[in-house]
Design a protein around this ligand. Structure first.
Ligand code: PBG
Length: 317
């Protein structure tokens, strides 16, 4: 059955398509022109003035969705720019929606780490990240994104109980059709390094191990996902992807939910570095990686390779 490409394509079990892709975009309030992210060649922080064109490009490539991350001009202890109705993400969402409407699904990352002066994903007191006081702020942030026009909100903070709180707040504010994609099994990973450079969100002290998951745990991932589904998550995410393919498979098999996987910044950076050195062939490596993430059980893949992949798939169709 492997003799010719025609036969191979007849028996192929997993086919990557553009509909599997979600493209991450960084919007930076502090810049006037796009700035390339040093550790993520080919990825940029965009000023607000460029988000409309970026959205049009993504739509023209046939990618169905983007996820937005904001870098605010002002950071403070409680991340107040995260829920400012005139904040960078709120303005970016409304500009994009104004430009492309329902041609592009707009997902927003709901978290405080890009907006807090200490870089943690929650409120801090005496060096401790406080779960419950953080929930109110995340709910306010999610509602402000919905008000701006977000289709899906994606909490990435890993506080307990945030999905229920956000669902309730969205419903109370009249946004019952705004869906929740929860970063349900998010590990305390070294693969986020380049993202933290890009979003200037590295924690100023300590690390995120008191709220993100221990990479050694798999059963705990199932409990985390179970809780988020009970609380009202419409879609669940495993993050990172490549070192956690077993988790993707278990989550998909156990819950049969729409399941996303985040092919994170460090995974992207490794591929880019190795291909720049000529050690690997970028295109075939990326397609193999993303196909394996889909084969593991992911319905959606958040990936910085999305635009490249969409253009490669275009040519091969
Ligand atoms: C915010 C957030 C992070 C990522 C997505 N949302 C960083 C973190 O948890 O430190 C990482 C994405 C990537 O590495 O590509 N909490």
């Amino acid at each position: 059955m492997r003799r010719t490409e025609k036969i191979r394509s007849m028996v192929r079990e997993t086919v990557l398509t553009k509909n599997d892709l979600i493209y991450p975009i960084f919007v930076d309030e502090t810049i006037e022109e796009r700035v390339e992210i040093g550790s993520m060649p080919g990825q940029y922080r965009l000023p607000l003035s460029e988000v409309r064109d970026e959205a049009l490009e993504v739509v023209s490539l046939g990618i169905p969705a983007v996820i937005l991350f904001g870098i605010p001009e002002h950071k403070d202890e409680v991340g107040s720019e995260a829920y400012n109705s005139e904040g960078i993400i709120q303005r970016a969402v409304s500009e994009i929606k104004d430009e492309v409407g329902d041609d592009l699904v707009v997902i927003t990352d709901v978290c405080l780490c890009e907006y807090t002066s200490h870089g943690h994903c929650g409120v801090v007191e005496d060096g401790e990240i406080l779960n419950d006081p953080t929930l109110e702020l995340l709910a306010k942030e999610a509602v402000s994104h919905a008000e701006a026009g977000a289709d899906i909100v994606a909490p990435s903070d890993m506080m307990d109980g945030r999905v229920a709180k956000i669902r309730e707040a969205l419903d109370d504010a009249g946004y019952k059709n705004v869906a929740i994609l929860s970063y349900a099994a998010k590990y305390a990973s070294s693969f986020y390094g380049p993202f933290r450079d890009a979003a200037k969100s590295a924690p100023a002290f300590g690390d995120r191990r008191s709220y993100q998951m221990d990479p050694a745990n798999a059963n705990e991932a199932l409990r985390e996902v179970y809780l988020d589904i009970q609380e009202g998550a419409d879609m669940v995410m495993v993050k990172p992807a490549l070192a956690y393919l077993d988790i993707i498979t278990r989550v998909k098999e156990r819950f049969r939910m729409p399941t996303a996987a985040y092919n994170v910044s460090g995974e992207y950076a490794m591929v880019k570095a190795a291909s720049a050195m000529g050690y690997v062939d970028e295109k075939s490596l990326v397609l193999e990686i993303l196909t394996s993430i889909k084969r593991a059980g992911a319905d959606m893949i958040l990936t910085y390779h999305a635009k490249d992949v969409a253009s490669w798939l275009e040519r091969s169709e």
